[in-house]
Design a protein around this ligand. Structure first.
Ligand SMILES: Cc1cc2nc3c(=O)[nH]c(=O)nc-3n(C[C@H](O)[C@H](O)[C@H](O)COP(=O)(O)OP(=O)(O)OC[C@H]3O[C@@H](n4cnc5c(N)ncnc54)[C@H](O)[C@@H]3O)c2cc1C
Length: 305
């Protein structure tokens, strides 16, 4: 059974930071609490008791999102369901609805926050590859004396290894800021033991913008997860595609490359095969989404007549 001693519900960032600064050993910060369920299961042999819980769900500053010039600030309490339902987020972050639709189920998506997803630094966290592809910056806050001090770091610097992040004691994630990807096509591929309600064994996120004619890659963003200690951005493959004519051969060549990035200890051959297919499929789906489907062999023959 999961039990707690004191349950704190701060309403402001400062109150939350004060609570976190004085958290006793074994105390826990919670947002949507969807990770606490598997955690509590570990206590089957002996119940899990949390002396203090700091519940972030009422912190006013953590709610919603803000669109700025070329950026979108996703506040800490934003949940995965928002990426499906919010028209502004769908427009600016075209990869995220594809990520959210395969994330858990309706009930968990309504609770699971983006901040909670990155805080654990899980190699399989589905939110991380799309955020990496959008140059995500993690915003953090802590108390210095009585003042709120803030810092911001790149998501790939924040996530340092499996279960290891740059979050310092007494610190909270306040938001993740990403580039607006308006006008890009987005895609997210994922596989696990089954497709949903499952931890990803391999995932791939793609964002693709073409030139106005729809025949050349203008800007490609790619990232993969589940295949090593941390999700990774595929900048070398992006560079190989940018500015090039869109052809099936080029996409197949690009898709073959990430097999050598698989650094998992288990199911290595399976992951290598899947990740190659996923990167090519993610690019192809993103092209369809931005209205520039890949040319078929028939199109190519016609072009040569
Ligand atoms: C049935 C089920 C299905 C799931 N499916 C998926 C899936 O498909 N893909 C996937 O990636 N995950 C999945 N998960 C895992 C989980 O739902 C996600 O990781 C979720 O995003 C966690 O968010 P949360 O708000 O519930 O975090 P919580 O459980 O509240 O917290 C998780 C961790 O983050 C910390 N934290 C939360 N907010 C902050 C903050 N603002 N600052 C600092 N630390 C913070 C907490 O202290 C805790 O250590 C699933 C979980 C369940 C139970």
């Amino acid at each position: 059974m999961l039990s707690y001693g004191t349950y704190l519900l701060p309403g402001t960032l400062k109150e939350a930071l004060e609570a976190v600064a004085t958290l006793p050993p074994g105390g826990r910060v919670l947002a949507g609490a969807t990770d606490i369920v598997p955690y509590a299961r570990e206590g089957r042999g002996g119940d899990v008791h949390l002396p203090v819980v700091v519940d972030l769900s009422r912190v006013a500053e953590f709610k919603g999102h803000q669109v700025g010039p070329g950026t979108v600030r996703l506040n800490a309490s934003l949940v995965f369901q928002d990426f499906l339902e919010d028209a502004t987020l769908r427009e600016h972050l075209p990869c995220m609805p594809h990520c959210a639709i395969w994330f858990a189920d309706d009930q968990v998506r309504e609770q699971a926050t983006l901040a909670g997803n990155i805080a654990n630094a899980s190699p399989a966290a589905d939110g991380v590859p799309p955020l990496l592809a959008m140059n995500g910056m993690v915003e953090l806050a802590r108390l210095e004396g009585r003042e709120v001090a803030r810092r911001s770091l790149r998501l790939d610097d924040f996530i340092q290894g499996p279960g290891k992040s740059a979050l310092a004691p007494g610190e909270l994630i306040t938001a993740v800021t990403v580039e607006s990807m308006r006008g890009y096509g987005g895609s997210f591929q994922k596989v696990g033991q089954r497709r949903s309600l499952v931890i990803s064994k391999v995932s791939a996120a793609a964002l693709v913008k073409t030139d106005p004619s729809g025949t050349r890659f203008e800007d490609v963003r790619l990232a993969i997860g589940g295949v090593g200690p941390v999700p990774v951005r595929l900048t070398d493959i992006e560079a190989m595609l940018n500015g090039q004519p869109i052809t099936r051969r080029l996409v197949a060549e690009a898709g073959a490359i990430p097999a050598d990035r698989v650094a998992s200890r288990s199911m290595v051959e399976y992951r290598k095969r899947v990740v190659s297919g996923f990167v090519a499929a993610a690019i192809e789906d993103a092209l369809v989404a931005c209205g520039a489907p890949m040319p078929t062999d028939a199109d190519r023959e016609e072009a040569h007549v």
